[in-house]
Design a protein around this ligand. Sequence first.
Ligand code: HEC
Length: 137
Amino acid sequence: MAKLGCRKSGPRPTLGGREALPGARTGVAARPSGWTARAVLLTAALVTTTAFAADTLDTNALKRLVHQDCGSCHGLSLKGGLGPDLRSETLEHYEAEVLTSVILDGIPDTAMPPWRPLISVEEAEWIARYLLEPEAP
Ligand code: HEC
């Protein structure tokens, strides 16, 4: 009898559980909007970062790129290796615009790769000017 009484009082937590269900549904409904909000925030952060990168160039990172990545083919001191000498005295007959397009699009049918997928136009322009500076590399 006492056990039955216990069972009778049992449904109350069940009802409480059922009452909790609409709350759980709200929770489920809230999740997608939470993810959407996060996705929007992430997109906004990425857009901001890209805009920032275009406005203020990280010249130290670009110098590292020139000496390490370009240098892996052109020689660490850019005096030439697989690729030709990139020192300013060798390149001085080039316009900065020509160098910029060589950097962005590479030289077809040679090992000189296009950098457009990796760097912005502004960064390529900066590298071209940097290579032409007499005191630079
Ligand atoms: C995978 C190797 C490789 C990498 C990495 C590389 N280059 Fe080159 N680059 C070459 C080769 C090879 C040539 C010569 C192509 C030819 O035969 O005309 C060349 C040519 C050039 C030229 C033309 C030089 C001239 O006198 O005509 C420039 C400028 C140049 N590279 C700049 C760069 C810059 C700046 C970077 C880094 C952002 C870079 N390269 C990275 C291989 C490379």
